[in-house]
Design a protein around this ligand. Sequence first.
Ligand SMILES: [Ca+2]
Length: 419
Amino acid sequence: YLVGRHALEVQWYLLLFLLQQRGDYSETCTFADGFGTYCPTTCGVANYLNRYKPSVDKDLAEIENLLENIANQTKGAQDRVVYMRDSTAHAQKSSSPDLYIKKSSNMLDDILRFEKSIISQESQIYSLQETIDSNEKRMLQLKQMILQLEQKCKLPCEDTVKIEPITGKDCQDVANRGARTSGLYYIKPLKDKEQFLVYCEIDNYGRGWTVLQRRRDGSVDFSRPWIPYKEGFGYLSPDDTTEFWLGNEKMHLLTKQPPVAYVLRVELKDWDGNKRYADYHTFRVAPETDQYRLTYAFYQGGDAGDAFDGVDFKGDSSDKFSTSHNGMQFSTSDRDNDKYEQNCALQDGSGWWMNRCHAAHLNGKYYRGGKYSEKDVGGTGFDNGIIWATWHDRWYSLKETTMKIIPINKLTAGGEQNI
Ligand SMILES: [Ca+2]
């Protein structure tokens, strides 16, 4: 704006100067013909110059000033332009506009991100809605099941286990009274106060075995203290599919009945399906006051060997004498009646007629596959499997065992001795 104004002023002064320079009249000069009528002579020009020189000089000086001024202004303007250009470039490079661009692009990014998260949340909401729907369906099904169960519960209670109606003082007595099928029976030994349930194995020859112990699959924990071993534990089943210990007290009541003497048959099955047995004549379990001591008259036979008589284990102090079982009291982790400085039943996690400790151990820990090692025992070095050491060695745990009794006079009934 300033520059423009000064430029106009300059033009105006130049015009004035030119008009003033025009001199048609001079007092000191004479006209020359050759110069033309309307053109001043050199003298006229000189006069004209002399006359107007001071004011022209002045004007020129003024103009010079003005020009200088303008030049200054122009320089200032140029400087300003340069400054503005530089500052614009600078601003574009680093400062505020960039910041705003950044800010706005950040905002765009944010918007994009929000859009994305909205979309993903929408799909989450959708899948959650589906879950809710399926849960509602399930709840509906459960409610229906509850209703059905409630209706069932309103029905009178029924015993789903079939218990045979015939009873006796043992399973042979039950068989003698006409029972022909194996299953669950109540028996009441002589001098017993109340009857109890047993599994009776009744064969085609009319023999009735009363089953005292059953191992089949390791489903029952045989690591139990004195009271459970006294009263019995595990499960009786009408189809002989479950594991149990009938109980020391019941064994005592059964085997003390005069004048009957019982044979104990131990039946064993290994992991290859081989079966063996061992019979013991006049098997008895003493009363609790004598710690349910085991006694028998002699080993009556069988192909499993007489492990109750102990085995000489080479390589350690366990010999035949200290691993025999006849005459041993019953021991559990909480009642040490063994012949060992320490507690065999505690070490082996079982209850048994422990000596120091055993060659037969039918209440031992259940090891699948048979062979086990000191490592499996947990580094204690104590053989704690289901052992019958006259057949498989003590680092082999048997798959199935049965302990059952029958009156001696019935053992050979039907001419069939082995099962
Ligand atoms: Ca001891």
